[in-house]
Design a protein around this ligand. Structure first.
Ligand SMILES: [Zn+2]
Length: 118
């Protein structure tokens, strides 16, 4: 028998669950560095919020980075986006011995000319 809490609705059901990693990131578009809440689906997807220095218990040596997706919501990036949501940023973050580092790499944006649905 499932033991669901009587929440009544499935939040985030459209996107699925994820975890969040909060880290400062230099946006490639607006060139500002601000804290961005990146989502990753590589972990437990329990909606936990992690920051550099946190240990990821379920991954050890075989997992040396996580793939992240976040949004820069600076004024410039909000103005750039026709929909006003900001700039979508993809990045990877290095893990060391299962601990999140500050080492962001492969920081790219998903612009209008980069339709990944094809
Ligand atoms: Zn930006």
């Amino acid at each position: 028998m499932m033991n669901h809490s009587g929440d009544g609705q499935k939040r985030n059901s459209a996107m699925g669950l994820y975890d969040t990693i909060k880290i400062k990131c230099l946006c490639p578009v607006c060139r500002t560095e601000n804290p961005i809440f990146f989502q990753t689906k590589s972990l437990d997807n329990k909606l936990q919020i992690l920051t550099p220095g946190d240990r990821i218990s379920e991954f050890d040596d075989d997992y040396d980075f996580l793939e992240l997706v976040g949004i820069c919501k600076s004024k410039k990036c909000m103005d750039n986006d026709p929909d006003g949501h900001g700039t979508i940023i993809r990045a990877k973050i290095r893990l060391r011995n299962g601990i999140i580092t500050n080492d962001l790499f492969d920081v790219t944006t998903v612009g209008v000319n980069n339709d990944e649905s094809q």
